[in-house]
Design a protein around this ligand. Structure first.
Ligand code: ADP
Length: 653
C-alpha cells in the first residue's frame, strides 16, 4: 500500500467534505477527465504521424451495475502508465492536464517544437482535484488504465482514506476505466440512485450534454415479441427487454456555432428543450466575443412570461458553461434585474473557476460579460421595437412591468438603458406609444410629457383633469399599472435626442397642481378670484376637516364643478395604492390635496349665493358632496358612501 502524502490526506478530506456542495458533480468530473484523455490522444494524432487515430472512434462509455452498486466511466483515450497512475492519482492537486495545456499552448503552430492548433482540443481539467470527487459518493474507486502504445495495463485502487495500491491488470485496448463503488445508502443520501439508468442519463444531460465526444451508454428497452404463427386466438402479446447503445449527450454546443450556420428552427428547438418552454422564443441573440476574455453567449427573450415570473420563486440568470461543461444553472450576475426574463447560455474557457468549478473566483470577469450582454439585449430590444412593432407590443405586455419596475428599483439609474424601451397608452393615439412617439405628435410649444394614473383606461380618458389637457391639444399617457407612477417619478424627465441635440421633457402628472399650462394672466385672475372668495373657501375647507390643504379657483378649463389636484410628489392614486399594500404602516405619508373650484360653473354661483345669504350649512353639505364626487371621478374610494348617498337623496327630495 502506498500512502497518500500528509498534505494530500488533508486535502482529500477537505475535498470530500467541504469543497463540493453538490455530490452529483462527481460524474461531471469523471466524464471531463475522460474527455480530456481522448482529447489528448486526438491531439497526439495531429502532431505525430505514427499515432493513427480515427476521431470518430473516440468515445466515452458510462455503465452501471445496480447489484454491485458501481458506476463506471470508460474512455479509449491516452490512458496512464504505472508511473502516471502514481503521479496523477497519488498526488492530489497535481494536474497533468493543466501542464499539458500550458505546455502546448506555448507553441504556436509552425514553430520548431510547434504543435497543431490548440483550438482543435478543449482540455477541461486544471486543478488536479476533480477525480477525487468520486470519493464523495464512492467508498472505493478502482482505475484500470492502459497507456496508448503500451501493452500492459495497471489498476489503481483506493478507499480514499489512507492510501492506494497499484497492481497489474488486464485491459484489451488503450484507455481508462474508473469504477466507483458507491457508498451504502443513509437516511439522508441514497447513493444507489447513481446506479440507475435514469439517474445517470439525467446527470449526463444536465452537466455534460455538450462534451465534444459521444458519451455512450447501454440503454434497456422493451419490445413486443413477434406473434407465433400457431398462436391461439386468445394470444396476448408478450414483451421482452433488450439493450442498445445510445449516445446520451447532444455534443454540439449550438452557441459556439456561427449564427449564419444555424437555422432559427434549430435555435427554437434548443430553446424549447433546454429551457422547458412550449413556445418559440420571441427573440434570439448571439454573441461571440474575442479579446482578453473569450466567450460565446446565446440569449433568448421568451414569448410569454413563465407562470412564476412575478413571484418570489422566480430566479433570473443564465446557464454558465466553461469549456462545454455546465458550471452553474442560473448565474444571476450575468443579467440585470430589469432584464430578468432573458434566458440563455454563456460559455467561456477563460473563466478562473474556483477549485470545485461550482463558482468563479473573479467576479470581474462576470461583470465584463454582463455589461456587454446588457448592451446586446438593449440593442436587440430596440431593434425589436423598431422592426416588429406588433411583436414588441405583445412582448411589452408580458415583460414591460419588469422594465418599469427596473427604472424605479434602480432609483432612475437604469433610466438611460430603459427609458426608450418603455411603452405607455396614449389617450390621443389610442395605442401604446414610446416617449419618442408621444413627442413626435406633440405641438411645437409643448414642453412637458403629461400622464394620468388610475385603474382603467376608459375611466382615465374621461377624467376632467385629463380632458382639460387633451382639450389644449396635448396628449396624455394613461397609466393603469401600479408601478407606472413610481416609474414616472423615478424617471423625472425624458431626454429626447435628435442627432447632437438633447432636450429634456419633464414628466408631469395631470393631477399635480402646477401643470405649467396657464398663462401669467390667467394665473393672476384665478388668484384674485380666490382672494375675493376667501370667506366662502374657508367655510368649504372647514367642511372637509383637514382632508384638503386649501380651496382655490381653478385655472383649468373643465366641465366639472371641482377637481382634486395634489401638491408635491405624492398623488392621490399613489397614496391609495400604498395604503392597500400589505404590511403598510399606520402612519402613511399623505398627499397634499387641493380642491380646485371651477369659477365658470353654475354650482360656484349657487355656493356663492348660499354663503352671502348666510346659509353656510348648505355650503358645507354641498362641499362634502362635491368632494366625494371628485374622488369617485378619479376612481378613488370615498370615506362614507352611505352619507354620500343620503346627501344626494335629500337634495333630490
Ligand atoms: P484535473 O482533471 O483537474 O487535471 P483530476 O484530479 O481530475 O484533475 O485528474 C488528475 C490527473 O489525472 C489529470 O490531470 C490526468 O492527467 C489524470 N487522469 C484523470 N483521469 C484520467 C483518464 N480518464 N485518463 C487519463 N488520465 C486521467
Amino acid at each position: 500500500m502506498r500512502k497518500f502524502k500528509t498534505e494530500s490526506k488533508k486535502l482529500l478530506d477537505l475535498m470530500i467534505n467541504s469543497i463540493y456542495t453538490n455530490r452529483e458533480i462527481f460524474l461531471r468530473e469523471l466524464i471531463s477527465n475522460a474527455s480530456d484523455a481522448v482529447d489528448k490522444l486526438y491531439f497526439r494524432s495531429l502532431v505525430d504521424d505514427t499515432v493513427k487515430i480515427n476521431r470518430a472512434d473516440l468515445a466515452i462509455t458510462v455503465g452501471f451495475d445496480d447489484v454491485q452498486r458501481t458506476v463506471t466511466v470508460s474512455d479509449n483515450g491516452i490512458g496512464m502508465t504505472k508511473d502516471d497512475l502514481d503521479k496523477n492519482l497519488g498526488t492530489i492537486a497535481h494536474s497533468d492536464s493543466l501542464e499539458f495545456k500550458t505546455e502546448n499552448a506555448k507553441n504556436e503552430p509552425g514553430e520548431e517544437k510547434g504543435h497543431a492548433d490548440m483550438t482543435e482540443v478543449d482540455i477541461i481539467g486544471q486543478f488536479g482535484v476533480g477525480f477525487y470527487s468520486a470519493f464523495m459518493v464512492g467508498k472505493k474507486v478502482r482505475v484500470v488504465s492502459r497507456a496508448y502504445g503500451s501493452d500492459e495495463a495497471w489498476a489503481w485502487e483506493s478507499d480514499g482514506i489512507e492510501g492506494y495500491t497499484i497492481s497489474a491488470a488486464e485491459r484489451a485496448e488503450h484507455g481508462t476505466d474508473v469504477i466507483v463503488y458507491l457508498k451504502d445508502d443513509t437516511a439522508e443520501e441514497t447513493y444507489g440512485e447513481y446506479a440507475t439508468e435514469h439517474g445517470i442519463t439525467d446527470l449526463i444531460r444536465r452537466y455534460s450534454n455538450y462534451v465534444r465526444y459521444p458519451i455512450q451508454m447501454e440503454i434497456t428497452k422493451s419490445r413486443m415479441k413477434p406473434r407465433p404463427i400457431d398462436a391461439p386466438d386468445e394470444y396476448m402479446p408478450e414483451f421482452e427487454n433488450y439493450t442498445e447503445v445510445e449516445t446520451i449527450n447532444s455534443m454540439i454546443p449550438i452557441w459556439k456555432r456561427k449564427s449564419s450556420e444555424v437555422s432559427q428552427e434549430d435555435y427554437n428547438e434548443f430553446y424549447k428543450t433546454d429551457f422547458h418552454d412550449f413556445d418559440d422564443p420571441a427573440r434570439t441573440v448571439t454573441v461571440h466575443a474575442e479579446g482578453t476574455l473569450n466567450y460565446d453567449a446565446l440569449l433568448f427573450v421568451p414569448a410569454h412570461a413563465p407562470f412564476d415570473m412575478y413571484t418570489k420563486e422566480y430566479k433570473k440568470g443564465l446557464a454558465l458553461y466553461s469549456s462545454n461543461v455546465l458550471i452553474m444553472d442560473k448565474c444571476e450576475e450575468l443579467v440585470p434585474d430589469y432584464f430578468n426574463f432573458v434566458r440563455g447560455v454563456v460559455d467561456s474557457a477563460d473563466l478562473t473557476l474556483n477549485i470545485s468549478r461550482e463558482t468563479l473566483q473573479h467576479n470581474n470577469q462576470l461583470r465584463v460579460i454582463a455589461r456587454r450582454l446588457e448592451k446586446k439585449i438593449k440593442a436587440d430590444l430596440a431593434a425589436f421595437r423598431d422592426d416588429d412593432r406588433e411583436g414588441y407590443d405583445s412582448f411589452f405586455k408580458e415583460f414591460g412591468r419588469t422594465m418599469k419596475y427596473g427604472v424605479y428599483a434602480s432609483y432612475g439609474s437604469a433610466k438611460d438603458v430603459l427609458a426608450d424601451l418603455l411603452l405607455f397608452y396614449s389617450a390621443k393615439q389610442q395605442k401604446l406609444v414610446t416617449f419618442d412617439e408621444y413627442l413626435a405628435n406633440a405641438p411645437e410649444d409643448q414642453s412637458a410629457i403629461y400622464f394620468a394614473a388610475g385603474d382603467n383606461l376608459e375611466h382615465l380618458a374621461k377624467m376632467p383633469i385629463v380632458t382639460t389637457v387633451l382639450a389644449k391639444g396635448y396628449d396624455v399617457l394613461l397609466c393603469t399599472e401600479n408601478v407606472d407612477e413610481f416609474c414616472m417619478m423615478a424617471l423625472g424627465d425624458y431626454v429626447k435626442k435628435e442627432g447632437e441635440d438633447e432636450r429634456s421633457f419633464p414628466l408631469k402628472n395631470v393631477s399635480s397642481e402646477d401643470l405649467g399650462l396657464t398663462t401669467e394672466e390667467e394665473k393672476k385672475q384665478a388668484e384674485e378670484a380666490t382672494e375675493e372668495n376667501q370667506g366662502l373657501f374657508e367655510v368649504m375647507a372647514d367642511a372637509l376637516g383637514g382632508r384638503v390643504e386649501k380651496v382655490v379657483v381653478s385655472t383649468r378649463l373643465t366641465d366639472a364643478p371641482v377637481v382634486l389636484t395634489t401638491e408635491g410628489a405624492m398623488s392621490l392614486q399613489m397614496e391609495a395604492m400604498l395604503r392597500q399594500t400589505p404590511g403598510a404602516p399606520e402612519e402613511m405619508p399623505k398627499s397634499h390635496v387641493v380642491l380646485e373650484v371651477n369659477g365658470q360653473h353654475p354650482v360656484f354661483e349657487t355656493l356663492k349665493a348660499a354663503h352671502e345669504a348666510g346659509d353656510d350649512e348648505k355650503v358645507k353639505r354641498y362641499t362634502s358632496i362635491l368632494f366625494d364626487q371628485a374622488l369617485l371621478v378619479e376612481g378613488l374610494p370615498i370615506d362614507d358612501p352611505i352619507a354620500f348617498a343620503q346627501a344626494i337623496t335629500e337634495l333630490m327630495a
